[in-house]
Design a protein around this ligand. Structure first.
Ligand code: DX5
Ligand code: ZN
Length: 221
């Protein structure tokens, strides 16, 4: 049976002056749009505060997959679910009560995602599998787009796939996904792919998304 593949483009490297327009450009061929929220505390970069993010989420023609790279995810993550994100992902490294926060996200009607940085073992968090709708394996250090895919994260993707087993949990990878790397990640078990610079630095972002999807789907079939 073929595995479902999702492409979730990150607008981190898109034109911030017209994000609604950038999202419309990729709407026909994307499953969700990936919104990187950075607070300059958890990561050394800042993207949006809650007010600016809310505006993007309200205007987006695509469902929003929020990736929260912020301290104090316990209080912030449920707010992103309440304002209508389809999916909200918190980092284990930035959350005090992971179980309660995952439950709060689900209670607010969003899918709950759990992310780990490259230095964090996923096996330490496998007990949360029944509370999550998506695991996110970072394949770069979070903070910036345009970095190289860390190939030494591939065993962690396989481990996560094993933890997921038959559960309908999405397995997302984020960082350095391009036509050169997507098949490696897909072969290890990833089914949901963030791609930032590969998409928005391409001449034709929609065509690039179709290309990435075809490459991943080919491995998944
Ligand atoms: C990095 C972000 C990523 C980033 C991906 O901290 O979480 O979503 O935008 O960008 P690329 O695809 O350029 O690595
Ligand atoms: Zn991200």
């Amino acid at each position: 049976m073929s595995r479902e593949v999702r492409i979730t483009p990150s607008i981190l490297n898109a034109n911030f002056a017209d994000l609604a327009g950038e999202i419309r450009r990729i709407a026909q061929v994307s499953d969700l749009v990936h919104l990187d929220v950075m607070d300059d505390l958890f990561v050394p970069n800042f993207t949006f505060d809650f007010e600016a993010a809310s505006k993007i989420i309200r205007q987006s023609v695509l469902p929003v997959d929020a990736h929260l790279m912020v301290l104090d995810a316990d209080s912030i993550a449920p707010q992103y679910a309440q304002i209508g994100c389809a999916s909200v992902t918190l980092h284990v490294e930035a959350t005090r009560d992971i179980a309660a926060t995952l439950k709060a996200i689900r209670n607010a009607g969003a899918r709950a995602g759990l992310a780990v940085k490259p230095g964090t073992q996923i096996t330490d968090y496998e007990d949360f599998a029944d509370l999550v709708d998506m695991f996110l394996i970072m394949t770069v250090e979070p903070g910036f787009g345009g970095q190289s895919f860390m190939e030494n994260m591939v065993p962690k993707i396989s481990q996560t796939k094993k933890i997921i087993g038959d559960r309908p949990i999405w397995l997302q990878v984020d960082g350095g996904i391009s036509p050169e790397t997507i098949e490696i990640a897909a072969a290890a078990g990833a089914d949901t792919f963030v791609a930032g610079s590969a998409v928005f630095r391409a001449e034709d972002p929609a065509a690039m998304i179709l290309k990435l999807r075809a490459l991943a789907q080919n491995v998944a079939d």
